[in-house]
Design a protein around this ligand. Structure first.
Ligand SMILES: [Mn+2]
Length: 302
């Protein structure tokens, strides 16, 4: 069984592995979880061989208790000693743009659109500034496909987790081997339409407050990063977004120029879940606690 991340890279990596090893069962943790909870563990106990791909699972070693474990990954990770094999170039200090490239190179598979989708899914347009850009160029030249087709297919495959549709994520693995099947999928195109409209609507409600642009919204969809990116890049100002979900609050901060990473430590010091980079911060807070912290960040930045 192949256990994979819910995004394009995870879906395409799973597709490559299932084809190569003739497997037909796949699984993804609950969307948003980077561990297997008790329910997920119980659901996979019946398998005696499990390959985890494109996920640095917090409790991967739990799998060794009932199955032979293999891992293909490219995230920052520690070696999982109980795994039969842990294939992650990062363990040798190497940075790989996608799990699909790790799988393709390690198994000597031909270069196809799935490898490229994984790279563009995880890195975006910036893949063309990475050392692996020649791989993308070679694929585009040999296939006659456009970079826009690849970007569109990424958007479509990612639409399922953004809609929080775990079943659909699993189904996507079975169409991933056919680029046109992805591009022409009615259900994925419908998702994209819904998400695009919702993102536009949210962005239009953002308000300028001094030097920054802020937005409070309520949606169960996973669009906060897309909304913040659109505000920050579109208006050229730092975007601060609060999303109050039914079970948690989310805060997302993205700046086109400023270093906002100090807010990662600030959030962590209050016991909140936070991560990010120099110009982008994502946080998850218990339900009801988001607005106070959101106001505090706003006062500091405005
Ligand atoms: Mn990945």
């Amino acid at each position: 069984m192949i256990l994979h991340h819910w995004d394009t890279d995870g879906i395409c990596s799973a597709s490559l592995l299932m084809e190569r090893f003739g497997k037909d069962k796949n699984f993804t943790p609950k969307i948003g979880n980077y561990i297997l909870d008790e329910e997920d563990l119980n659901a996979i106990r019946k398998y005696d061989s499990i390959t985890v791909v494109d996920m640095n699972l917090g409790n991967a070693s739990d799998i060794c208790g009932f199955a032979e474990l293999t891992i293909y990954d490219h995230h920052i990770a520690k070696k999982v000693d109980c795994a039969k094999a842990h294939i992650n170039p990062y363990l040798n200090g190497e940075t790989y743009p996608s799990a699909t490239l790790v799988v393709q190179e390690n198994l000597g598979l031909p270069l196809d659109h799935r490898v490229i989708l994984g790279m563009v899914g995880d890195v975006g347009k910036k893949i063309m500034e990475r050392p692996q850009s020649h791989i993308v160029e070679k694929y585009l030249k040999d296939s006659g496909r456009s970079f826009e087709d690849i970007e569109r297919a990424v958007l479509l495959l990612d639409s399922s987790y953004k809609m929080f549709n775990r079943k659909e994520v699993l189904e996507n693995v079975f169409i991933a081997d056919d680029l046109d099947a992805i591009l022409n999928s009615d259900r994925l195109n419908r998702n994209e339409e819904v998400l695009e409209k919702e993102i536009e609507e949210m962005v239009s409600r953002a308000e300028d407050v001094g030097k920054i642009t802020v937005l409070k919204m309520r949606t169960e969809h996973h669009i906060i990063s897309a909304v913040a990116r659109k505000i920050a890049w579109g208006m050229g100002k730092t975007a601060l977004v609060l999303n109050e979900k039914s079970d948690r609050d989310e805060i997302y901060l993205r700046s086109p120029d400023m270093d906002v990473s100090r807010f990662i430590d600030m959030a962590k010091s209050r016991g909140y879940n936070a991560g990010g980079k120099r110009e982008v911060v994502g946080m998850v807070l218990p339900k009801g606690e988001g607005e106070t912290f959101f106001n505090e960040i706003m006062e500091e930045l405005r």
